[in-house]
Design a protein around this ligand. Structure first.
Ligand SMILES: [Zn+2]
Length: 337
């Protein structure tokens, strides 16, 4: 089955030549036959910049459709970039899961696909699986450096951070952490995944690519502060990786480590959530960080949610109502790197 998928060509075609010198704006065209367009396509915006020898950086936003700092920074870069600023190649896809981005939803409205759980994808699968397959077999192999922007979306909020994973290949890991430092977000994280299967991150890292990601705010919007962090960090990362000319605008950053699953606190009850601490606060193990009121009737006491390990309060559930199993809070250790 896997061999059959590898032999099947991707149905996606790029309208620009990835090798042509200069700045080229175009699309990844994915045929999508549907009621309102029998021979229609999903047109995923793409910019490719080529200028001589050098590494290739693959830059993506809206892997989840309701996360905005990445698309802001990447549409901004694509509108401004000039050939002479580049040494090598930059491939910009500001809205990777474009149907989800247009709908303002985490997953695709076409097939409910969560692109970041769809790798390696399928050329003969759903729209989301076809996008994953194109990145897996066409775009990732071209790249040396991969930056994938995320934010909290509508259901989470984060202190703005840039991150990379702890990896078995320590050289690959060190290159990624060097770029995280250069990005210069207020916080930098050695990241642990709670659900790494099917992730773009994993696909890139298994190919030996230097992979960097972010979580830059959330709540389904972007602030002036977080959009600014994204734009400055993007430029810094491209300069530090040698694909863009200029000077890194170095920023202080506090490193954080997420050493185990106790960093994540999950709700066991649903209801109306009220936080007792805010992002950026230091919390102790077993410290109450939220209360959840049952809302089926009045007169019931709230359930206390306590931090499972001490640390900095890094991320939280965003909406006012919570369901059993939702991630309520993430705490991380402040460390030196
Ligand atoms: Zn995301």
């Amino acid at each position: 089955m896997l061999i059959q998928q590898q032999l099947t060509p991707s149905p996606i075609s790029a309208t620009v030549d990835f090798a042509a010198p200069g700045v080229h704006h175009g699309f990844l065209r994915l045929p999508y036959s549907r009621d309102d367009a029998a021979w229609g396509s999903v047109m995923i915006p793409l910019t490719v910049v080529n200028n001589g020898e050098g590494p290739t950086a693959l830059l993506t936003g809206a892997n989840h459709g309701d996360e905005y700092e990445g698309p802001i920074a990447l549409f901004d870069l694509a509108a401004r970039i000039r050939t002479e600023e580049v040494s090598g190649r930059i491939i910009i896809v500001p809205a990777m899961n474009y149907p989800a981005f247009l709908a303002g939803t985490r997953t695709s409205p076409i097939d409910r696909g969560n692109l970041n759980r769809s790798f390696p994808g399928r050329p003969d699968g759903t729209v989301t699986q076809k996008i994953a397959d194109y990145f897996q077999r066409v775009l990732l192999p071209m790249a040396d450096i991969v930056l994938d922007f995320h934010s909290g979306g509508k259901t989470l909020d984060f202190l703005p951070y840039c991150a990379a994973h702890v990896l078995p290949d320590k050289r690959q890991e060190a290159q990624a952490f060097d770029l995280v430092r250069a990005f210069g977000a207020p916080w930098s994280v050695k990241m642990l995944e709670i659900d790494a299967v099917g992730m773009y991150d994993t696909a890139a890292e298994e190919m030996g690519k230097v992979f960097v990601t972010t979580e830059l705010g959330g709540g389904g919007t972007a602030s002036a502060l977080t959009a600014g962090i994204a734009m400055r960090g993007l430029r810094n990362l491209l300069i530090a990786s040698g694909v863009m000319k200029g000077e890194v605008d170095a920023q202080p950053t506090q490193w954080l480590d997420m050493p185990d699953d106790d960093c994540f606190t999950f709700a066991e009850d649903g209801g109306l959530i009220t936080f007792l601490a805010d992002l950026g606060d230091r919390v102790e193990k077993d410290q109450p960080i939220a209360r959840i009121f049952p809302v089926s009737r009045t007169g019931l006491a709230p359930v206390i949610v306590a931090a499972r390990r001490p640390g900095l309060f890094l991320a939280r559930h965003f909406p006012g109502l919570v369901k059993p199993g939702d991630c309520v809070a993430v705490t991380a250790d402040m460390v030196e790197l």
